[in-house]
Design a protein around this ligand. Structure first.
Ligand SMILES: Cc1ncc(COP(=O)(O)O)c(C=O)c1O
Length: 388
């Protein structure tokens, strides 16, 4: 006798990052790997933030639980940050701090959909979104992430798929895996489709800080009754280089807030206390450091785009923006995983195959270019040419 595994979990693919790591060439190599696999900042947290974490570690109360939604000063500081960044007014009561954005997503979905329901998800998608939905028994109705020659989806494709079992439209902007930054007008159109249908618009904005343009990402928080439609998600992992410390956030209206408390309480009781207090410091004291890092990211994006103009390079940059580039490889007919394995083992470039981001993605690869310094982008082009 052995333990019977739930088919909902069993049918989900094993986490892809771990698999990709196993492709790295073993043994000595005469050049450093260009690791563009996982989206992790290539720099440590700000020195003052590290010092603050060390100080916090010495406080007697820091080992204790906090409120389910997080400590009040952090909720207030984050509400203020979003209010400024989006040109709006968010109340602290509309903020839930979570144990990473992935938990915020899991809780948001669990609050609005159940097994047998469906949600609309542009493809290629962020694989953890797909994995969680599948494990929940929720049907994914895909729409193309690229529509009408643009690098964003079309709200009309979503509208055409809505039925009585549809509970949410899920969007991710700036997008993982494509890097595309969806125009505010497109987000408004999706919001309208969701509002008319009476379903949620779940908006993952993990990479919002890395948009090259400082204008507000969208005006959805200024719509009357946005609370009846929008659930906005965010991560503190990337901008503060705190991925391992696990902190994210959800912004939603009172009904969703009330319901997600039940879910968050069962999952983790509260988000990590020390990280909450560290991010509270970060939100008020690290503006200069963040500005500097955003400039570094813009420089990496420019270097990446120019590297893809290298004569003779047959890989095509299909989409790029914040953190990621989505690239068409030149080996039509070859599986993207086979191309990725070859790049890792022969060319010292680690990226993820399109197949990890959904069906019909075999011609594509995702490069988390933000991991790599600008001066190394020309080397990327050289290695890609070497692989052709
Ligand atoms: C789109 C997106 N959402 C959420 C996450 C996870 O964020 P967190 O580390 O806060 O759980 C990631 C991480 O790569 C991501 O790309």
């Amino acid at each position: 006798m052995s333990i019977e595994i739930s088919p909902l979990v069993e049918r989900v693919e094993f986490p892809p990052i771990a698999e990709a790591m196993s492709w790295i060439k073993k043994g000595p190599s005469n050049r450093e790997l260009l690791n563009m696999c996982q989206a992790v900042p290539s720099y440590p947290p700000a020195p003052t933030l590290q010092a603050e974490i060390a100080r916090l570690a010495g406080l007697p109360e820091i080992g204790g639980y906090t409120d389910i939604y997080g400590v009040a000063p952090l909720r207030e500081a984050y509400a203020k940050h979003v209010s400024v960044d989006y040109g709006t007014r968010i109340a602290a009561s509309e903020v839930a701090i979570t144990t990473g954005c992935n938990q915020a997503f899991a809780a948001a979905i669990m609050a609005v959909a159940k097994a047998g329901d469906n949600v609309i998800l542009p493809t290629p998608y962020y694989f953890n979104h797909q994995m969680w939905l599948t494990m929940m028994g929720i049907e994914i109705r895909p729409i193309p992430a690229f529509s009408n020659g643009t690098t964003h989806p079309d709200s009309m494709d979503a509208a055409a798929l809505v039925d009585e079992r549809t509970k949410a439209i899920i969007l991710c902007t700036p997008n993982n895996p494509t890097g595309a930054i969806y125009p505010a007008a497109v987000l408004e159109q999706f919001f309208t489709v969701a509002q008319v249908a009476g379903i949620a618009l779940v908006l993952d904005e993990t990479y919002k800080d890395f948009r090259p343009d400082p204008v507000p990402p969208h005006g959805l928080f200024n719509k009357p009754d946005w609370q009846g439609t929008l659930i906005q998600l965010y991560s503190f992992s990337k901008i503060y280089a705190l991925a391992g410390y696990r902190l994210g956030a959800m912004i939603a209206g009172p009904e969703i807030m009330y319901q997600v408390a039940k879910i968050l309480d069962c999952m983790t009781i509260c988000p990590p206390h020390i990280t909450q207090r560290a991010v509270q410091f970060g939100l008020t004291a690290l503006d200069d450091w963040k500005t500097e890092k955003k400039a570094v990211m813009r420089e990496r994006l420019a270097a990446l785009r120019s590297a893809f103009e290298t004569p003779g390079l047959k890989y095509e940059l299909v989409s790029s923006g914040a953190y990621f580039a989505y690239v068409k490889h030149p080996f039509m007919g070859e599986l993207s995983k086979s191309v990725a394995k070859r790049l890792a083992s022969e060319n010292d470039v680690l990226c993820l195959p399109g197949s990890m981001f959904g069906p019909e993605q075999e011609n594509y690869m995702r490069f988390a270019f933000a991991n790599v310094e600008a001066h190394r982008m020309a080397g990327l082009a050289e290695r890609l040419i070497e692989s052709q």
